[in-house]
Design a protein around this ligand. Sequence first.
Ligand code: GLN
Length: 537
Amino acid sequence: MTKFIFVTGGVLSSLGKGITSASIATILKQSGFKVSMLKIDPYLNVDPGTMSPLEHGEVFVTADGAETDLDLGNYERFIDQTLTAKNSFTTGQVYQSVIKREREGGYLGKTIQIIPHVVDEIKDRIYAAADDNDFLIIELGGTVGDIEGLPFMEAIRAIRHELPKTNTMNIHVTLVPYIRAAGELKTKPTQHSVQELRRIGITPHMLVCRTEKPLPKNLKDKLALSCDIDKNAVIEAGDAQSIYQVPLHFIKEGILNALSEHFYIKIKPNMEKWDTLVKNILVPQDEVTIAFVGKYLDLKESYKSLIEALVHAGAHLNTKVNIHWCDSERIEDVGAYDIIGNADGILVAGGFGHRGVDGKLQAIKYARENNIPYLGICLGMQLAIVEFARNVLGIEKANSIEFEENCEEPIIYLIDEFIDQSGNKQLRTHESPMGGTMRLGEYPFEPLKGSKLQIAYGKEEVYYERHRHRYEANPAYKDRLEEAGMIISGQSNGLIEAIELKEHPWFVGVQFHPEFTSHLETPNPIILEFVKQSNKK
Ligand code: GLN
C-alpha cells in the first residue's frame, strides 16, 4: 500500500518546496523504495503550455507529451525517473473533468459542489498517481491561505482520514526569517502558518525551515512545542550552493530518523554516487565557458532544464560549466564577437517568435566559421539550417515560415500532417489553437551510423527524445543541404530530427530538447559530448 507524503508551503512562495519534495523522494529512492511524485498546481490554466516563459519559467514536457510545471523537471532530475501526464494536474484540469462529467449526465441529477465532487476528483487523481509505488510525494503549489488551494487541502485532509495513520505524512515548508535590526531569527510566521493549516484540519508532522542563519536547538524546540511537532522533525534548510546538496543536508539534519519514526520503517539511503557528483559540482577540477544564446534572459528559469543539464554534464566531467549569457538582441546591435568573445562552445537554445532571431543567426555563423563547438536546440537547429542555406548554399530567401508566413524558400515549414507517438494522424494549420497542438513528447530516432550524434550516444540503437515545437525542417531541401556538407544525422518517421556539419570539429543541431532527459545521475549524452568537445584544449 502506497504511503503518501504531502508537502505544503507556508509564509511565502519560492521557498524551494519543489527541491524539498524532490530531495525527500531521492532519499527514499536511494533507500531502495519505489517512489513517484505528483505536482498539484492550483491555478486555472489547464496546463502551463500557453503561459509566457517570462512569466512562468520553462514549460517542462514529459515523455508522453504533457506540458507541465517546471517542478516536474526537478523531480525527474533528482529521482532519475520518467514521469507522465498523471504526475501533475491543475485546478483547470480538475474543473474540466468535473464539468465534462456533469454535461455527460455522470452525476445523476445531483447538484455539483466543491465538496464532495471537486474534492473527490482531486482525491481520485492523487490515488491514480500512486500506482504500485511505496511512496508518492505530493507537492501542493502555492501557499497556505490561498483561496485556490482550499479544495486541495480538503483532499489532503480527507485522504489522511481514509488511510491508516502510518500511511500519510504532512510536511510543511516554511520560512524562519532573520531580522537584522533585532539580530534574531523569528518563529512567529511559521507558528501562524501552522495555525492556519490546523484550522483547515491538517496537522503537519514535519517542518522544513528555510533560513539564512543556522537554527539553534532552542529555536527548534520552540517551533516543535508551539507547532506540536516531534523535536527531531524540525529540519533546518539553509541556503545550499547546489540544489543537489539538499538531500545530503537533510540527512545531516536527521531527517532519516524523523521519517523512520513516522512510518515505522528502516530508511538507509546509499548516497555514495550522489555524494561524488555533488563534490564534482562544488570543487571541480576543470572549467569551460559556454556562450548561451537566448532571449528570455530576464528569467533564467525559462531555461531551467538546459541549465541543469549543463550542471549534470559538468558533474560527470568534473568540470565547472560557466554560462556566459548572451542576449541575442544585443548580438544584433554589436555583433557576435563582442558578445560571445572567446567562449569555448556556443549554445543556441529553443525559442518562439521573431524577436532575437537575427542575433541567433549571427551567433551560429560565428560558430560555424570559427570552428567553435556548437549545439543548436530546437529553434537552434532550425536556424542553423536557415543560416547554412543562406550563407553556404546561397539561398538568400531561406527562412522559417514562423517568421515569414509566405516565405518563398520555406526551409523550415509547417507540416500539416504527421503521425504522432500513439500512431494517430495529426493535422496542423496556421489556424490550429495554441494550446496543446505542437509536436509534443518523445519520438524515436536512430542516429546515423558514424555521425557525431551516434558517437555521443554510444551504442547504435533507437533513442527517444522529447519535442515541443510547431515547425519542422523541410525535407525538400535535404539533397541540396547534404551536397553542401550538412549531414542529416537523425530522422523520425520522415521528420528531420538532427543535423551536423561535415567540415567542422563539432557542430550539431537537434530538433528535440535533449535537456528534458538529463538527470544528475544520467546526463544526456549529447549535452555531455558538447561540453566535452568545448573543453578540448
Ligand atoms: N518556434 C519553433 C517551433 O515552434 C521552435 C520551438 C522551440 O525551440 N522549442 O517550431
